[in-house]
Design a protein around this ligand. Sequence first.
Ligand SMILES: [Zn+2]
Length: 323
Amino acid sequence: MTLGLSGGLSASLSGAAQLHGPLLEQTGVFRGNALLLTGPARVGKLALAWAIAAQHNCAGTRGMYGEACGQCPSCLALAAGAHPDVLLIEPRATTTTGKAARRRVIPIGAILESRDKGREYDVHVFEFLEVRPTWRRRVVMVQGAEFLGQEAANALLKLVEEPPHGALFVFLAEDLRAVLPTIVSRSARLNVAPVSDPALERALARQGEAADPALVEFAAGRAGVLAHAATVHAALTSAAEFTDALGEGLLSALEAAEQLEKHWDPAWHPETLRFAWRTLPPHQRARADAALLALQEALEAYASPSLSFQVLALRLREALGHA
Ligand SMILES: [Zn+2]
């Protein structure tokens, strides 16, 4: 099973209760077959889904929001990333022949055995649901429900309508309109909203992280950022350093580009760079953004990374009026 959360699943589980208590209160008494959690990227949907899986398998005394106890054997197994009753399905990136067009999709192979070789999942949903729960309830979490292909969704429907052994489906989606109506209509929908800055600060403190005003501002209420606090902190720092170096002359800019390439994290650097540029005048920001997009396209097209980063530095120096 893939660990959905870095930096301590158990801390994130209790964090989910503090940040999204009222939602957990509802999911704790939910007796239906499928939940659909919607909300912006990194708002904390996945942590909440893990907390729901914990909740529906917990054998201990629940907390004030009906959240899992965190101490019973089921909760401990889940926190260790070794819970036998939870399956996380995520989209795969597929590259169409030739050009870089990368598309994310949950193929039929995620749901049942398919002839589509090379796209199989280690465990598919049908197989997973044939087995009785070890604890109380098998939970299938579908991250990126909007990427379910029609064929995969059709295969899922029967399972969602009559889940073997009373299993629970938790679908996660950023864009509700992109989720197939057949899935939406069979699910109880819950909106996961951003939280306040003070709530994020308290959550950071509970995680044992130092207060980091830049991180809280960057997170903008998205609790999912906290699960990656150390990574984001590093990306924020390198984005700020790189941006500073652009104005220190051509040589510094090229050296900084080399450093950025070395530490490049496609999950966080584009966003942290835009964050570093948030105070620039709009016309500079637009040109900087175009340079960043060009870099991302070049990397996806497997252009030479070192050359692409050098070009980024040059274009940014121009965009920011340093050249
Ligand atoms: Zn428990």
